[in-house]
Write a protein that binds this ligand. Structure first.
Ligand code: CA
Ligand code: CA
Length: 172
């Protein structure tokens, strides 16, 4: 991978966290993601699933800030993300998945409309509401169903999440 491709991939990962596109990652991006997912599935913030999702979003933000908010201003800039987070995510994607796990688990609970686990279609709705383009969301949701049973399991999501953040370093 050349450095231009590496930069492009890092930019895409930063953008996936900077949900409101204001140029930095902060708590609002995580709570906003929780709010958007709840709205998509008609779930209230007050119910158990809603509260778990907001709690997971806060834990995810705290984990991200712990890794990447070098100057402690409660904002993760692109520079902090690149210098602080990316290397550590690359070194320990599984640990990052652990930070995200409560949030991901809560998203699964909201998207699981019949108690059998989220369908591929539900996963696509989640990805779209989190800003993934329509075409890519369909492809990514299908890819999440690694064992092809039509349902998305927590292990499949965690594995995909860790893989997404296992960004190889540029060759240079
Ligand atoms: Ca933001
Ligand atoms: Ca900062």
């Amino acid at each position: 991978m050349d450095s231009a491709e590496y930069e492009r991939k890092i930019a895409a990962r930063f953008a996936s966290f900077d949900q409101d596109h204001n140029g930095y990652i902060d708590r609002e991006d995580f709570s906003g993601a929780a709010k958007a997912v709840l709205a998509e599935f008609g779930t209230t913030a007050r119910c158990d699933k809603g509260q778990a999702l907001y709690a997971g979003a806060e834990a995810f933000w705290q984990g991200m800030a712990g890794i990447a908010d070098v100057d402690g201003d409660q904002r993760v800039t692109r520079e902090e993300f690149v210098t602080g987070a990316v290397k550590r995510l690359r070194d320990s994607p599984q640990r990052f998945a652990e930070i995200a796990r409560p949030f991901l688990r809560a998203v699964i609970a909201v998207a699981d409309e019949d108690g059998q686990g989220p369908t591929v279609a539900s996963a696509e709705r989640v990805l779209r509401v989190l800003g993934v383009g329509a075409e890519l969301a369909g492809i990514a949701a299908a890819a999440l169903d690694a064992d092809g049973d039509g349902r998305i399991a927590e292990a499949e999501i965690l594995a995909a999440f860790a893989g997404y953040f296992t960004t190889p370093a540029p060759d240079a």
